[in-house]
Design a protein around this ligand. Structure first.
Ligand code: HCB
Length: 216
């Protein structure tokens, strides 16, 4: 089977909610020397995009999405340790990663956290549905060190919360202590400029590239 066919298999097992098949395809990808990174971006993430589009068109329902997310989780359990093998020993700083309050979409957040970790960030993962007070407390704890804030929002409602987070950081006088990147499907460069954050990224690989420049 060609590498592209294996990537297509990863994609299709996500689209068809084939949990066991997805894990098997992840193992097959590694056995064929496909990097964990390519398996995620060229297979799993492509599948998630397709089910997102199908959900929007009303062709799939929430239980399907949950099963696809479970399939992705299983495959990530196999691929993540491989990603971590390439982890750089250079320390870039600390990244506080989180999903905005009211939002429990964690797949992209986890991918971003992994990519930042592999690229030299010490990760403080606050998880999902995180209130501003928790974020502020964490920035204060790390005061003095090089800190990146990497927040995700997948819904237009939680995206609005990023503006409040920016205001809370400003109000506490902490804006100069952190670089701030927000991402997630609804986030645009225009929004980043509007709320006064530093950067956004369309995917986890870009996120790592962009923040390396940002922290320079
Ligand atoms: Co969910 N959901 N969902 N959902 N969901 C979305 C996000 C919609 C767009 C689907 C739709 O209607 N078209 C929609 C939001 C609409 C809107 O506000 N505009 C939606 C909704 C409405 C909901 C519920 C309210 C549904 C309901 O209950 N009626 C509910 C929300 C509950 C809540 O959060 N309070 C809900 C629930 C779910 C689950 C639980 C079934 C499941 C999440 C499972 C999990 O995370 N464990 C889910 C999923 C999977 C999705 C879709 C289908 C896929 C999201 C995903 O994982 N994408 C999504 C449709 C879509 O996004 N088009 C749909 C794959 C990852 C890899 O991409 O974009 O998350 P990503 O991350 C990328 C990228 O954005 C960037 O890098 C990542 C990796 O490459 N990035 C960053 C992300 N964060 C970054 C941070 C940075 O600093 C930098 C870059």
């Amino acid at each position: 089977m060609s590498n592209q066919e294996i990537l297509n298999k990863l994609r299709d097992t996500i689209v068809t909610q084939d949990i066991k098949g997805c894990e098997a395809a992840a193992k097959e990808a590694l056995e064929a020397d496909i990097s964990a990174f390519d398996a995620i971006n060229g297979g799993l993430a492509v599948g998630m995009k397709i089910i997102g589009d199908k959900y929007e068109l009303g062709e799939l329902y929430l239980p399907h999405i949950m099963m696809s997310a479970k399939a992705m989780d299983g495959a990530m359990g196999i691929l993540t340790p491989e990603l971590e093998k390439d982890k750089t020993t250079e320390s870039i700083g600390t990244a506080i990663t989180f999903v905005q309050q009211g939002d429990i979409h964690e797949i992209g957040h986890r991918l971003v956290s992994i990519m930042l970790s592999v690229n030299g960030f010490n990760i403080v993962d606050l998880g999902v549905d995180v209130p501003d007070e928790t974020i502020i407390d964490e920035i204060k704890k790390l005061n003095g060190s090089k800190v990146l804030l990497a927040g995700s929002a997948l819904m237009t409602t939680s995206m609005q919360g990023q503006k409040d987070t920016m205001e809370a950081i400003e109000k506490e006088g902490l804006r100069d202590s952190v670089k701030i990147m927000f991402g997630g499907a609804p986030i645009s460069q225009k929004w980043i400029e509007e709320i006064g954050a530093d950067a956004t990224a369309k995917n986890a690989a870009d996120a790592a590239r962009i923040v390396l420049k940002l922290m320079d």
